[in-house]
Design a protein around this ligand. Structure first.
Ligand code: SF4
Length: 454
């Protein structure tokens, strides 16, 4: 039987030595980056779910590429190795591909970076999938089996309704700290620094029934799972959130998700978030000095955003505010102002990253036209923690230094403990809301009060 090995490149990557040391020494920063770096690769698990019955597969996440990693892959005697990588890890992916090809194994790569840079990827891999892989995946497999892989499979030329294949969660080794699930793909907005929202297709909502089946498949592996909704902007579509909330609440899962601040102005979302198991919403506030094109209704006055944050947290769900440092107009003064703001802000968690011109984004095109990309910094610098372009109001070195200073201040013990206290208080409210909801459900459904139930 032909065999395919799925290899996602995972892990927390930082290039600049001082930054790496800092990242490792600040627990709040390191823990979040580590959690994200270890998330299951939903795209590859979905392709595994589409395999014809006469193919076998294995799933092997790698964070370093060395001979032992190559040997582990080769020990499964794959006919094809399907690799996924983000920009920061794509050079490792290429290195892995070259090592495998040297042994006669064929490779195929896909994902955001490969979609934006297919010609580059084709120099290192036998085949490149451009766009969402599902429409062309069966063809890739049959061509690989026949020894006739083509260089590029452009799924965007073959638009097809999404089949919402069940991902092979069973390929994950044991109980995961967090599972990933999608309730939708893409995002209706188009922030110009964002590649994720539309490079792999437009905005589509997954039917709640399918989402329910996926949750049940995860629950068979882990009875009360923690889920990271791998959505770009949950609740941004036009459907009512009630059907998602109902499915999530019934599953007993706890979940983290991403959404924009406008959910704080939607009573129907606020009413269901904590009750359905939501622990935290990651929310892009982005820059306090620059209005990124394409943000649409997400662009708003800070006071309005903060009022929404307060309402979401009053509803028992922590908000992780995400900020981008280094946009046009940023100066040492604006960065100091940002630090002062963050040290007293209501957010239960904070994420700060450097503006990064990922391939396929409008931001990259803009900076390239202005001759501001640092071309001597290769893709391994696209970590969100390394500077990759020339800021307009300060030298590169000053932005690097300022970023380290911001991280030291915002992830200091005192600042982290303050946010821990906010988070605990928010989660106490969320827990009370969930208990109350469970209580009224039991009373409604069976006349049993939870204090009397086993
Ligand atoms: S709201 Fe978020 S996901 Fe949507 S385009 Fe903006 S950054 Fe991307």
């Amino acid at each position: 039987m032909p065999h395919v090995t799925f290899v996602p490149l995972v892990g927390f990557r930082v290039r600049e030595a001082e930054m790496l040391e800092l990242g490792m020494s600040l627990p709040g920063l390191h823990d979040r980056a580590r959690a994200i770096g270890q998330l299951p690769a939903l795209g590859l698990l979905t392709l595994a779910g589409m395999l014809p019955h006469d193919w076998t597969c294995d799933y092997l996440p790698l964070d370093t590429i060395d001979q032992s990693a190559v040997d582990r892959i080769l020990s499964g005697h794959p006919d094809l190795v399907a690799i996924s990588a983000l920009t920061a890890s794509v050079l490792d992916a290429y290195r892995l591909s070259e090592k495998l090809r040297a042994t006669g194994v064929r490779t195929v790569i896909g994902g955001l970076h490969a979609t934006a840079m297919p010609d580059e990827a084709a120099r290192f891999c036998d085949a490149v999938v451009v766009g969402p892989a599902e429409p062309v995946w069966r063809e890739v497999l049959s061509d690989a089996r026949a020894g006739q892989l083509r260089t590029v499979y452009d799924a965007r030329k073959r638009p097809a309704p999404i089949a919402w294949t069940m991902p092979r969660f069973d390929l994950l080794n044991g109980d995961m700290a967090r599972y990933t699930l999608q309730t939708q793909r893409g995002c209706p907005l188009a922030c110009d620094f964002c590649a994720a929202s539309r490079l792999l297709g437009g905005f589509v909502e997954k039917p709640a029934a399918r989402f329910d089946e996926e949750l049940q498949a995860i629950a068979r592996l882990s009875p009360r799972p923690v889920i990271e909704l791998a959505d770009d902007n949950t609740f941004a579509g036009s459907r009512s959130p009630d059907e998602l909330f109902e499915v999530l609440e019934r599953s007993g899962a706890r979940y983290f998700t991403e959404a924009d601040w406008r959910i704080g102005e939607r009573p129907e979302v606020l009413a269901g978030l904590a009750r359905s198991g939501c622990l935290q919403v990651l929310m892009g506030v982005e820059s306090l000095v620059f209005r990124y094109p394409g943000m649409g209704q997400k662009q708003a006055e800070l006071d309005r955003v903060l009022a929404a944050v307060e309402r979401i947290q009053a509803a028992g769900v922590a908000v992780n505010g995400c900020f981008i440092l280094g946009a046009d107009g940023e100066t040492r003064t604006s960065i100091d102002r940002l630090v002062d703001f963050l040290l007293t802000s209501p957010f239960a968690d904070i994420q700060i990253t450097l503006q990064t011109p990922f391939p396929g984004t409008q931001l990259r095109r803009r900076l390239a036209e202005q001759g501001r990309l640092l071309n001597d910094r290769d893709w391994s610098h696209y970590t969100l923690f390394d500077v990759t372009y020339r800021p307009d109001r300060m030298p590169v070195e000053e932005l690097e230094q300022a970023f380290r200073d911001v991280l030291r201040a915002v992830f200091s013990d005192a600042a982290s403990q303050r946010r821990d206290r906010i988070r605990r208080e928010v989660w106490r409210k969320g827990h009370a809301l969930r208990s109350k909801s469970r209580c009224s459900k039991l009373v409604d459904e069976a006349g049993i009060h939870p204090c009397q139930s086993p």
